[in-house]
Design a protein around this ligand. Structure first.
Ligand code: CA
Length: 306
């Protein structure tokens, strides 16, 4: 099968909702390439391009892509084979009312730094911040599927995925989503050349990318999935978003207990106890309209049940 490319020029969304019209229909098991534009639609190109406020349309997500055979109750597996930066610069910035330390009077809001891509630094490349070379480790910030009900901006993460801003969402990771609607309706964008856990100033090095991925439907999953789940190869991580970090880590831990109990034949109490011994809680981001956290368990203790 010829590998298809789905570009943001073919179609993109700024919202995930229950009814989404696909720009492409993929076969179950199809491998394709998805091209995304940076989260600010290419409007920030120089250090003096400042963001006075968060634009109404941000985080364009390429798609949606319907996957044949995906029905509510199924799981969509998105195996990310590679993420490649597709332009010569990223941009890291903060804006008024945005970011963890938005009330700190000693920090300029807005502020922008262009991070030029330095391909000489190493085979993988680097982006440059004021003389510091930061290795390119691409992250897909926004990735999700049609919701079970309600329309959600691509700026907000929730059970359908969306603006998860999670460093593990990169090449080599498989992301699993609950399917809420026929076809699942995958869309993704908002990539970064590099990003720290937490995304404290509100962005990573925002950049256009090309993503190679294989999309597969899991029917009748052995453990029902309510929220996104990751398999990085080294660890299995539940991923949850809520209004507070406490709310997010409670959901991530509760979801992890279902997986540990299934894998080991543990009671829920035994799963709870062992979850306090291996792996641990991780912060994805603390700057979006809901925050995102994960509960990680190393692969030697847990494998994904589908
Ligand atoms: Ca984001």
């Amino acid at each position: 099968m010829t590998r298809e490319t789905v570009s943001h020029r073919d179609g993109h969304v700024y919202e995930f909702g229950p009814e989404m019209d696909p720009v492409y229909e993929a076969a179950d098991g199809e491998s394709l390439t998805v091209e995304t534009i940076d989260s600010l639609n290419g409007e920030i190109q120089r250090d003096d391009d400042l963001l006075d406020a968060i634009p109404e349309e941000v985080n364009a997500a390429t798609g949606p892509i319907a996957v044949a055979g995906a029905s509510p109750g199924d799981v969509l597996a998105v195996e990310i084979e590679a993420v490649r930066v597709a332009e010569d610069r990223g941009r890291v910035l903060t804006a008024p009312g945005f970011g963890l330390l938005q009330d700190d009077p000693e920090i300029d809001h807005p502020a922008t730094r262009i991070t030029e891509v330095d391909t000489d630094e190493s085979e993988a490349g680097a982006v440059e911040f004021e003389g510091i070379d930061v290795p390119i480790e691409p992250v897909i910030g926004t990735i999700g599927v049609a919701t079970g009900g309600g329309t959600v901006s691509t700026l907000t993460p929730d059970d359908h995925g969306g603006n998860l801003d999670t460093t593990d969402v990169t090449g080599g990771t498989t992301v699993y989503f609950p399917v809420f609607q026929e076809g699942a309706m995958l869309a993704l964008g908002d990539a970064k050349a590099a990003m720290a856990d937490g995304e404290m100033c509100g962005t990573g090095a925002e950049i256009a990318v090309e993503v190679d991925a294989t999309l597969s439907v899991v029917e009748d999953p052995a453990v029902p999935l309510d929220r996104p789940l990751l398999d990085t190869g080294d660890a299995v991580k539940t991923l949850a978003s809520a209004e507070t970090l406490e709310g997010a880590v409670e959901l991530a831990n509760a979801d992890m207990l279902d997986l540990l109990a299934h894998h080991h034949g543990f009671s829920r109490t035994e799963a709870y106890l062992v979850s306090s011994l291996v792996g641990g809680l991780e912060i994805s981001q603390v700057v979006d309209p809901q925050v995102t956290a994960r509960n990680a368990v190393p692969s030697e203790y847990l494998s994904v049940p589908f």
